[in-house]
Design a protein around this ligand. Structure first.
Ligand code: SIN
Length: 368
């Protein structure tokens, strides 16, 4: 049987680190790996958060139903010695969880750690290893909150480290190579999987199982890898209308609760009221088509906006396109953002104290 590099590392007796769960109050970064320093190579910091890239299964043919977030960052780095040919990698075990367990507090904390790292002249770029299920949410959050032209690269894997042909090692090597590349500067946060480079602003997980899951069907990829080297299609540019939010001094629990409701035939209008009663300060509607909501559902939303001042953004459950459905004060259309990215944007805007006019300008901007 052919073994992946990860499998060989495991067989060599390197311990499988147990998952480390940091409750918000204890969210601290811990440096766990250091190797001889090569002054001619860039210093890249790798924040490991868990996911399938750090996942372990009981057999090499098991690619679902395994434990995500099982291996520590030390093992991830040891399994890819080529990382030391392109960088001085420094691994930090930020968390070790399945990405559905990533919380708003962890996002704020991660931004604060990454910002400190990139503000240092000793760090040339950052890589975040992450579960693919919510990778696009963390990537989008970092894109809107990390203020640096140095690269921030999100990376994950679709097959656990123990699988035959695990994709984690090559994805990690490509991500670190990208973060170490001068050509990667000034492009915002990026996503690397399956030999492709995407913008974290637009990229979404499009397939539950396949390696080529990360796509931005309308906006396309920024570039690709050949022989592990990154190639870009365009000069550096940023998404039109992309805002920046400063969470450097924010408390970890600063982000308000924003819930996403899914639109469908016969939806229950009471769910929106229940979400607000449970503490939601904002709602995102994954509406039908370009953001349609049922008549009685819309009446319930209008009532909520009037009574509680809850901000409601109409997005769409369709894969792509623009949802521009605003019904006046307190309601907005999400533009081209999907519901999960709209939710992050609304959390940040509410935390920053945006009023009605600012929220409208944020979500419904028009290019001059
Ligand atoms: C996760 O998102 O943590 C599990 C799935 C994956 O990483 O692909």
């Amino acid at each position: 049987m052919r073994c992946s590099v990860f499998t060989l590392a495991l067989q060599a007796g390197l311990a499988i680190a147990s998952p480390i769960d940091f409750p918000p109050a204890q969210l601290v970064a811990r440096q766990v790996v250091d190797r001889p320093f090569n002054a001619s190579l860039p210093n890249i910091t790798i924040f490991a958060t868990g996911g399938t890239i750090a996942g372990s299964a009981s057999s090499s043919d098991q690619t679902t139903g395994y434990q995500a977030g099982a291996l520590g960052v030390d093992l991830l780095l040891q399994a890819v010695p080529q990382l030391y040919n392109v960088s001085n990698p420094r691994g930090i075990q930020f968390a070790n969880v399945g990405s559905s367990e990533v919380t708003p507090a962890m996002l704020v904390n991660l931004t604060q750690h990454i910002q400190r790292e990139l503000d240092s002249p000793h760090c040339q770029g950052v890589v975040v290893t992450h579960g693919t299920d919510t990778l696009e949410e963390t990537g989008f959050f970092l894109d809107l909150t990390v203020n640096s032209t140095k690269p921030v690269v999100m990376v994950g894997a679709m097959r656990p480290a123990t699988a035959i042909s695990a994709d984690g090692p090559i994805n990690l090597l490509e991500a670190v190579t990208l973060a170490a590349s001068p050509a990667a500067a000034g492009r915002g946060a990026m996503v690397v999987l399956n030999d492709r480079i995407g913008s974290a602003y637009y990229t979404t997980k499009s397939n539950a199982n396949m390696l080529d899951t990360f796509r931005a069907a309308e906006q396309g990829y920024l570039g690709f890898f050949l022989n592990i080297k990154p190639f870009f299609y365009f000069q550096p540019s940023l998404p039109v209308g992309k805002p920046m939010f400063d969470v450097s001094g924010a408390a970890l629990d600063a982000l308000p609760q924003v819930d996403v409701l899914y639109g469908h035939q016969g939806l229950d209008p009471a769910l929106a009221k229940a979400a607000v009663a449970a503490g939601a300060k904002g709602l995102v509607l994954a509406g039908m088509g370009a953001g349609s909501w049922t008549k009685n559902g819309t009446a319930a939303i209008d009532e909520i906006v009037k009574e509680s001042g809850t901000a409601v953004v109409y997005s769409r459950r369709s894969m792509d396109g623009s949802a521009g459905r605003s019904r006046g004060k307190g309601t907005y259309g999400s533009g081209t953002l999907n519901p999960q990215k709209t939710r992050i944007m609304l959390q940040l805007a509410l935390e920053a104290g945006y009023d009605d006019e600012q929220l409208r300008a944020l979500f419904e901007f028009e290019e001059e």
